[in-house]
Write a protein that binds this ligand. Structure first.
Ligand code: OAD
Length: 236
């Protein structure tokens, strides 16, 4: 089967074998914290130091992890895909970016971090986004506005994911949609499969195990991402 316009959605499962923990652990906590405390605007307003510390730790951990065979398989695909290829990740790590740097992608490729990036900060007053590699203080002054402070460039619950119009356009035009390592628990990403199906695309779920939304997909490929992702894309 040949395809022209590809949209791939990735979630925490693609980075799990690199050593980045997934979100929905059985204790309902993210690394010992309640989601409301570290991933909402209200949590940030209540305790900016706690929230900055949480993301400072995650940013530091990026130095200890590397892209795995699944990230590399997508980067390799991007170099040889002849149509449009939009890779949308919910992950805030930089593992797709690093895999792509090693293999510069073709012209029709684009990567969107719809939930933001750990390695970026945003001015609370001007909205300017800038690269941020080190720690961020609770009262980190913004170079972009005299009254602004820097916050993590992360989409928290209650905030709008990034570049949704661009993503919706790609879903309307895609003929293959592949969802990798995501539980499908968080909208709007969880609804992408239906948008792709509406556009007439073939839809595939790749995950360690069938998710609660597995029946929404035409096909499922189950196994660890480092094996299942290279195996699936080698068949295209
Ligand atoms: P989840 O933690 O909800 O789901 C991770 C998925 O990865 C599960 O379906 C696992 O079965 C699967 N998985 C785990 N290990 C895997 C492996 N080695 N190979 C393949 N699959 C594996 O993470 P997400 O779906 O990414 O949002 O979570 C979505 C969003 O929820 C996150 O982006 C975050 C969170 O709220 C924000 O921070 C805004």
């Amino acid at each position: 089967m040949s395809h022209t316009n590809l949209v791939v959605l990735t979630g925490a499962g693609i980075s799990a074998e690199s050593g980045v923990p997934t979100f929905r652990a059985s204790d309902g906590l993210w690394c010992g914290h309640r989601v409301e405390d570290v991933a909402t605007p209200e949590g940030y307003a209540a305790d900016p130091a706690l929230v900055q510390d949480f993301y400072n730790q995650r940013r530091r951990q990026l130095a200890e992890v590397r892209p795995n065979a699944a990230h590399r398989a997508l980067a390799d695909l991007a170099t040889r895909w002849e149509g449009d290829f939009l890779l949308v990740t919910q992950n805030v790590d930089d593992l797709h970016d690093r895999a792509n740097e090693a293999m510069p992608p073709a012209a029709g490729f684009e990567l969107i971090h719809m939930h933001g990036e750990l390695l970026k900060g945003r001015c609370t007053r001007s909205g300017v986004v800038m690269d941020w590699a080190g720690d961020m203080a609770a009262d980190e002054a913004s170079p972009h506005h005299p009254e602004g402070v820097m916050r993590p460039h992360i989409v928290w619950f209650g905030e709008m994911p990034l570049q949704m119009e661009r993503i919706e356009r790609a879903l309307e035009a895609c003929d293959l949609f592949v969802s990798i390592g995501t539980s499908g628990a968080v909208y709007p990403a969880a609804g992408f499969v239906q948008a792709a199906q509406y556009a007439g695309a073939r839809t595939v779920e790749i995950n360690l195990e069938p998710t609660s939304g597995a029946r929404l997909f035409d096909e499922g490929v189950y196994g660890p991402a480092t094996q299942a992702v290279p195996a699936f894309f080698s068949t295209l």
